[in-house]
Design a protein around this ligand. Sequence first.
Ligand SMILES: [Zn+2]
Length: 165
Amino acid sequence: MNCPVCGELKTRVVRTFPIESDEELHLTDTYRTRICRKCRHQFTTIEISQPTKQFTVGKRSNKTDTFSYKKLFTSIQKACEDLSIPYDDQRSIFVNVMKDIIIEVQKKEDKTRIMSQDIGTFVVKHLKSVNRIAWIRYSAYFYKNEEIVLKNLREWIAQESDSVE
Ligand SMILES: [Zn+2]
């Protein structure tokens, strides 16, 4: 892990804080405060654990991809970018999506395959409960379909006018 200031590779861990993200899935995040041996800059790194079972993703184009936890988490982070959504909330969206994926995969015969549409639907569902801009942003990115984005926007507007009454 390079120092973000001077690029030095040798750092010393001064503190470790384990954060239990989800016991059931055995997902544990660990925060480490490190100090650079060269310039003494202190910074924090986050270590993210992942379930080890490997899934495959079925695409609309009939292609199959290897399921990537990093890709999923990155897409959630992108949807949440600049919206002041705390890291822990983004992480819990990821954990909730993972739970839905695992339940969905259990229904399949080989218990390792998930469709990309299903993943997108789960992300949309959980983003919606946390932040509506992130929800709209992700649904636009994922579905690439004006009708769906408009439908979601109409739903948002309807919710707003309900809450004003
Ligand atoms: Zn340094």
